[in-house]
Design a protein around this ligand. Structure first.
Ligand code: PLP
Length: 396
């Protein structure tokens, strides 16, 4: 018999969400997550994936993954520290370190998992973490898990950060103080002010941690936000994901050898959760190789991003202040934003609405993620559909 209390809890809370229109119905794709996708038999231009470089369906990655399965099987067989470290995992980490320009790298099963692992391996209840108020959920959870005091600073507000860094370090309350930020903020596409963050960190001897999930493959010719600013020597933790621009799955921290040595003996998801599969490791390595050999995909991504932005802006849409290919289209009112996204869908564009509480009230937006795999024809078609719905709904 199932628990009555649980049943009641689920019943109450699910109907509450549904009444408020906050229950998210998940759309299943009937195709690969490429530039055009199929849902319920309908073809849609896909402006919602994080597959920035189109590598999720890259034939070279697919071939490498198939080969790996044939030679190495489908699973790693154990956690990394028992005997689940295959030569393939070492090769992935070596390749990543070369790409990021750091001494060493540790890889994890996902980016989320990586933030759970790495923050609490270094920070504890005697420490404090200065965290940008718009940091990703996995950073917030990773910070909480560490039990360190979390001090939020206003988004990209360097005066606020400086003030709070000064207070935290001069208070004598904490052993270590870390500053942690997204490299690229995915809701607006803005870039963290890393040169100033690094300078403040130097002044107050802060540990620096950059989550570059949306910067890797995008900024710094693909090597990320830290490389973009030339700060490889100033940032202690360069965290990244292998699941967005890299197109596969996994996460990693790039940094000094000593840091990586420590994470390999102290991060719990590395010690207690099985390593990524041979196919994942090999496909991710192949992706890094492609990115190191050529910046063509990266350039195509930026060209497509600029093209989409220009098209929407010329129509009179508010595309915010993005500094990356991420292209928000700010509609404002929550209901109108959701309706706008629904109409786009009906006309053949898949672009998700993002509303309060994910973004501030009244700044609801449809977020567009152009990729290197989109053709001009696809983007033109999407822009035409935007125009139609924009006029129909009186947004432009
Ligand atoms: C997506 C994302 C993650 C999680 O990465 P996964 O590899 O998908 O688990 C972590 N941090 C940020 C900023 C992200 O955008």
């Amino acid at each position: 018999m199932s628990s009555k209390i649980l049943e009641q809890f689920l019943q109450t809370n699910l109907s509450d969400l549904k009444e408020k229109g906050l229950y998210n119905e998940i759309d299943s794709l009937e195709s690969a997550n490429g530039p055009v996708i199929q849902i319920k038999g309908q073809e849609l231009i896909n402006l919602s994936s994080n597959n920035y470089l189109g590598l999720a369906t890259n034939p070279e990655l697919q071939a490498a993954a198939i080969e790996a399965i044939k030679s190495w099987g489908v699973g790693a067989g154990a956690v990394r520290t028992i005997n689940g470290t295959l030569r393939l995992h070492d090769e992935l980490e070596e390749k990543l370190a070369a790409f990021k320009g750091t001494e060493a790298v540790i890889s994890y099963q996902s980016g989320f998992n990586c933030n759970m692992a790495a923050i609490s391996a270094v920070m504890d209840k005697n420490d404090a973490i200065l965290s940008d108020e718009l940091n990703h959920a996995s950073i917030i959870d990773g910070c909480r898990l560490s039990k360190a005091k979390i001090i939020r600073f206003n988004h990209s507000d360097m005066d606020d950060l400086r003030q709070k860094a000064k207070e935290a370090t001069e208070s004598g309350l904490y052993h270590k103080v870390m500053v942690i930020t997204d490299g690229v903020f995915s809701m607006d596409g803005d870039i963290a002010k890393l040169p100033e963050i690094a300078e403040i960190a130097e002044t107050y001897d802060l540990i620096t941690y950059v989550d570059d999930a949306h910067g890797s493959g995008v900024l710094g010719k693909g090597a990320g936000t830290v490389k973009h600013f030339g700060l490889q020597d100033k940032i202690d933790f360069q965290m990244g994901t292998l699941s967005k621009a890299i197109g596969v799955v996994g996460g990693y921290v790039a940094g000094k050898q000593q840091l990586i040595d420590w994470l390999k003996v102290r991060s719990r998801p590395f010690l207690f959760s099985t390593a990524v599969t041979p196919a994942d490791a090999v496909a991710a390595t192949k992706a890094i190789e492609l990115m190191m050999a050529s910046t063509d995909l990266n350039e195509q991504l930026w060209e497509n991003g600029d093209y989409l932005k220009k098209g929407l802006k010329e129509l009179g849409f508010d595309i915010g202040k993005s500094e990356t290919p991420i292209t928000p289209c700010i509609i404002g009112d929550e209901k109108t934003t959701q309706q706008f996204s629904r109409r786009l869908y009906e006309e053949g564009v898949y672009a998700k609405s993002i509303v309060f509480p994910t973004v501030p009230r009244g700044t609801g937006r449809v977020r567009n993620m152009p990729t290197a795999a989109h053709t001009k024809e696809m983007l033109d078609k999407a822009i035409r559909i935007y125009e139609k719905i924009g006029k129909e709904m009186g947004v432009i």
